[in-house]
Design a protein around this ligand. Sequence first.
Ligand SMILES: NC(=O)c1ccc[n+]([C@@H]2O[C@H](COP(=O)([O-])OP(=O)(O)OC[C@H]3O[C@@H](n4cnc5c(N)ncnc54)[C@H](O)[C@@H]3O)[C@@H](O)[C@H]2O)c1
Length: 320
Amino acid sequence: MILVTGGAGYIGGVTAELLLSRGEEVVVLDNLSRGHRLGLLSKTPFYQGNIGDRDLIKRITSEHHIEACIHFAALAYVGESVSDPAFYFRNNVEQGIGLLDGLIEANVKFLVFSSTCATYGEPQKVPIAEDHPQSPTNPYGWSKLFMEKIMDSYDHAYGLKFVALRYFNACGAAGDLGEDHEPETHLIPNVLKAALGELPYLSVFGDDYPTPDGTAIRDYIHVSDLADAHVRALDHLRRGGKSEKINLGNGHGYSVLEVIETARRVTGRDIPNRMEPRRVGDPSTLVANAEYARTVLGWQPQFPELETILQTDWQWRTKQ
Ligand SMILES: NC(=O)c1ccc[n+]([C@@H]2O[C@H](COP(=O)([O-])OP(=O)(O)OC[C@H]3O[C@@H](n4cnc5c(N)ncnc54)[C@H](O)[C@@H]3O)[C@@H](O)[C@H]2O)c1
């Protein structure tokens, strides 16, 4: 049985559905502070609670034979982490350690962890490979980097085998599961909300970055491709593979203005936008070198085109 923390959230929900479709048994742990994929939760055993609740982890691991954990549960807003770092370090790190300790105590030694390109900070070299220096520009990124370092130590001391997947920008929809954070700070959902008139205009944060059109460049990766990589990471651990840190991106960056232009084509709608100052902690360009994922996991993204990514989200959004 696979314990999926944060399974009521966006990426955890899509991954749990993929696991179920492969005939895996899944149990979900989520405190529902952010996630709300309640449809999924009727198909799996579900525990509502905190990852740092040791008694709860003990209960879950005694009621189910947990072979591995895929750990998505975290707070993930860069801006919020800058204004309230204590909240982020407590939730993502302190509670994360509680989860790891509970897993080790129950002899669960396989972990797939949601890390992020935010652990690299402002890149010195693009595309960013896994050996690029890590120097986050915000507490959210630090919380994920701390967890990577803690997992290294747990591997050394307790034999925890983990794959930390450093996602670039997750996006797109998979069937009836789309990106729906509250509040929504991600670009693609907000571009499409502006197209639908749910937002009066799209805020473009910064047009003075050192990029060709002055807006920030990101590497957008479809949520189904992310989910597939998690299943592959699990298989890697089951094969006896060593602990790894692996980038998940397409290796191609798009600027905010390019995303808006592509969204105009896909939706056929006007997308009003307004230039605003940069957000604190937002690097200018984050693009992955994703070769290592191909080598170690045999991973090949199925939805690399921005247009396709936007179409899947638009179809999901206009069906709601
Ligand atoms: N969305 C992205 O672009 C992106 C990029 C890089 C990394 N990540 C990471 O991927 C993971 C999933 O992201 P998402 O976009 O699906 O987020 P999400 O907010 O949709 O899902 C996270 C889930 O974790 C739960 N949760 C948070 N703290 C918890 C706790 N202490 N105990 C129990 N449950 C808790 C929330 O209720 C939510 O359901 C996160 O760890 C995030 O940092 C996301």
